[in-house]
Every structure is written in structure tokens, then in C-alpha cells.
Design a protein around this ligand. Sequence first.
Ligand SMILES: [Zn+2]
Ligand SMILES: [Zn+2]
Length: 285
Amino acid sequence: MNVLYYWRPDNYLRDRRFGFGYHLNQNSPVLARVAEGDTVWAFTRDRAGRYVLAAALVVRAVTRNPPAYRYGRYRVWGDLDRTRYFDVDASPGAEALIRHLRIAARAELLAQSFQGHSAVRPLESTDHQLLYDFSAGLPVLRKVGVYPEDEFEARLLLGPGARELLVADGDEASAVRMRYLFETVDVTRVRRHVESLQQAYAGRCQICRFDPRARYGRGLCHGHHIQWLSRGGEDEIENMVLVCPNHHAAVHQADAVFDYDDLTFRFANGLIEAIRLNQHLRPAA
Ligand SMILES: [Zn+2]
Ligand SMILES: [Zn+2]
């Protein structure tokens, strides 16, 4: 099922500044009915106050968040290749189109039709098609590079060098991610979390139980952020797992989604790997 939601302008601008995250965390139960390949359409207001189409997030998976997660019960993971973020400054207004859809959007201020329980609205296929046709002419923003975040996280654990790793990568799109990581991530706090995970699991991988300390006399496992830091993830321990370098590389390079419903990583090829050592992650209620 395709859906439409209103992306609050302050949230939109913040995400645009730091690089769009290809995620939507939301509480609406409508999201439980969204499936792989569906589109989550988003509109917002631009700086001039016009309503504009902001994104077409093509869904890879919808998963559950931990209990009482403050941004909502559901997480939509967008497909990195097929998702489009539009350049709203160079786009025509979309208010007439949205009011024309069969979903009732009759409030005087359009955004008021998308509040509370109505924040995410199911679309009939004809409405989806109208949005799709409209979007074909919209300018699309350049994708922000997916970061070598596994390396970044590894170096956070090992001490100095994380910042240098990012600075060495001079790509313009990477600079957006860098800004996000430097301005929002508290490195000391992340290190503290990694340290407590190392203690809780005696340095072992939470997925395969690999124990590098026993085998090599060294702690080799990394703290991984389930919703990547560079895609809007939080530096909270509930957003982290301790994984071996193999699993870490696999999760990043195969862009695995994580479901708190059953505490599993799901890979694009259908492989499912469960967390087998767990003390700190709470499954979705
Ligand atoms: Zn492992
Ligand atoms: Zn990671």
C-alpha cells in the first residue's frame, strides 16, 4: 500500500542539511500495511510557505522499533537506489494536486489534514499514479554518499583517527555526512556505550558469538549503530549492537535492516540472522 505523509518543514530542513537518512520513524499503524516496493510519498512546505513534494521513499522493509521509542513504533527503511528526494526549491507547488487526491484533505491549512492519527494517509492506486506522474518532472537532489561507517565506528572504538578518516575523504557529498557526524555525535558518549557493550558481552559478537579475546587475546568487535549515525541514528545504547568485524562489514555493505520485533538482521538476499547474545536490546512490545 502506498501512503502520503506530511514532513514537518523543520524536520525536513534539518535532514536536508545533514543528508537525508532514507528512513521514516513514525507511530501511525497505517505503516504496518506498507510492504516492500511500495512508495511513501512525503510533502512539506518550502521556505516561501508553498506545499511541495519532498520525497518518494521506495520501501525496502518496515520494521518495529523498541518499546516506547520516542519517534514512533514503526521504521520504514528506504531503498537507497530507488528512493528520490526532490529539490523543493526548484519544484512547482503541489497543493492543488494533493487537494485533488481522493484522500480527504479539506482543512484550510493543508498540513492540518495530516496531523495526529491522520499523519500518514493510505493512497488509492489512482492517487499514487497521479503523484507518480507529477514527480516525473521534478528535479531530484544528488544522493549523499553512503559512508564507510563501519570503519568510522571501528576507529571510534580504537581511539583517535575517526575524524582523520572522514577528513581524508574529500568528496562533496561525504562532507554533508561529515557535518552530521561532527555536529551531532558525541564521540565520548559513543565510546562509553561501546565500552559497556564490550563488558556486557565479554567482547563477543552478539550475532555469531565469536570471541576474539579468547582466540587472539584482543577485543576486535565493533559497536554498530542499528540506524546508522550518518542516516539520522541516535547515539543511544538501544540503537547499538556489538558485532565482529565480519558481521559489521556484512551489515553495512549489504545494508541489512534490523527488526526489534524479533531482534533480527534481515539481508537483501533473504538471509535472516538473529541476535543470539542479548541483554540490552528490548524487543518491540
Ligand atoms: Zn559475528
Ligand atoms: Zn556499523
